[in-house]
Design a protein around this ligand. Structure first.
Ligand code: RIB
Ligand code: CA
Length: 323
């Protein structure tokens, strides 16, 4: 049975790979993509989402522009990481048309007041926090919420303690985590503890290109800038592709393990955006998050390649030795 999913994103290179993976997964029906200011300004993210849908020949999927800035903090993009076009300076041609008649939060409210669907959030949580402020009941109707964000024991990527999505809009993240407490639900937190283990290497990229030159060339085009960034800043040969792991985990929760815990998001001072994971229950509060800490990296790459290359597992016979 296919599940209806809305992807909230800030494309963004790894967001684009996540969208490609989601659209290649028969288990899910992407009923909408909502864009939020993050890696790219929201207008750019909207255009980039269109470019990915065009490559995937899926311009049937509606896209909605969301919030253009965080709830309180100044907007800080991540174009230094994703390139001046937000897609690795691939400078793909603009996709004409495709204007939507409503905002992201209007779309989310309309859908969620009609039916309960799942959400995979792979950008700052500004759209979701705005939805809570606009119509709590709509937000509460989200049946499953997977968020790429935060970090437990791994160091931050925006500060020693904060991951970009939650650092960018800590008020939004705090509102969402508090709302999960209020409705006794748990957000599934795919943080840097697990995503840092997911590195697309030059060898893996070459394998993808050998198996499917069209898809491989496209991925190379949008990730080259990201490879260079990772070498320059983290001396990594390859690039950490955070967001596709949120898709893989949504599809197969067994790919990661972790624990449930109360989590609070810091909004002020030098630790802004830090996810304070109360793993030892000092605060005696009910869990509002499932914190994922271990990942089966091999299984991820099998899932990723099976879907974006439309291959059976037995056709990926070389993969294991390339990891
Ligand atoms: O910290 C990594 C996250 O921030 C990813 O979702 C990346 O796309 C950026 O949004
Ligand atoms: Ca993202």
């Amino acid at each position: 049975m296919t599940r209806k999913v809305i992807i909230d994103c800030d494309p963004g290179i790894d967001d684009s790979l996540a969208i490609m993976m989601a659209l290649s997964s028969p288990e899910i029906e992407v009923i909408g993509i909502t864009v939020v200011a993050g890696n790219s300004p929201v207008e750019m993210g909207f255009e980039n989402a269109k470019k990915i849908l065009k490559f995937m020949n899926r311009l049937d999927v509606p896209i909605y522009k969301g919030e253009s800035k965080p709830l309180k903090k100044d907007f800080v993009n991540a174009l230094d990481t994703h390139g001046e076009d937000g897609l690795g300076e691939s400078f793909l041609p603009k996709v004409e048309g495709y204007e939507q008649e409503m905002s992201a939060t209007e779309f989310l409210e309309q859908i969620l007041m009609k039916e309960s669907v799942d959400m995979i959030a792979i950008g700052p949580l500004t759209n979701l926090a705005t939805l809570i402020q606009r119509n709590e009941q709509a937000f509460n109707n989200i049946s499953r919420l997977v968020s790429m964000g935060g970090t437990y024991k791994s160091h931050g990527n925006c500060s020693p303690v904060a991951e970009y999505n939650y650092w960018e809009d800590p008020e939004a993240a705090s509102i969402v985590y508090k709302q999960m407490s209020k409705i006794n639900k748990t957000i599934e937190m795919i943080g840097l503890d697990v995503t840092r283990k997911i590195v697309l290497t030059p060898t893996l990229l070459e394998y993808i290109k050998r198996l499917d030159s069209k898809t491989g060339e496209f991925i190379q085009k949008i990730t080259k800038f990201y490879f260079d960034f990772h070498w320059e800043w983290e001396h990594i040969i390859g690039c950490v592709i955070n967001d596709p792991l949120a898709i893989a985990y949504y599809l197969n929760p067994e790919i990661c393990t972790g624990f449930t815990s109360f989590v609070q998001v810091e909004t002020e001072s030098i630790s802004r955006g830090q996810t304070l994971v109360d793993a030892y229950s000092f605060y005696r509060k009910e869990a509002n998050a499932k914190v994922l800490t271990q990942v089966n990296m091999k299984e991820f790459f099998y899932m990723f390649l099976e879907r974006i290359l439309k291959k059976e597992r037995n056709e990926l016979d070389l993969l294991e030795e390339l990891l």
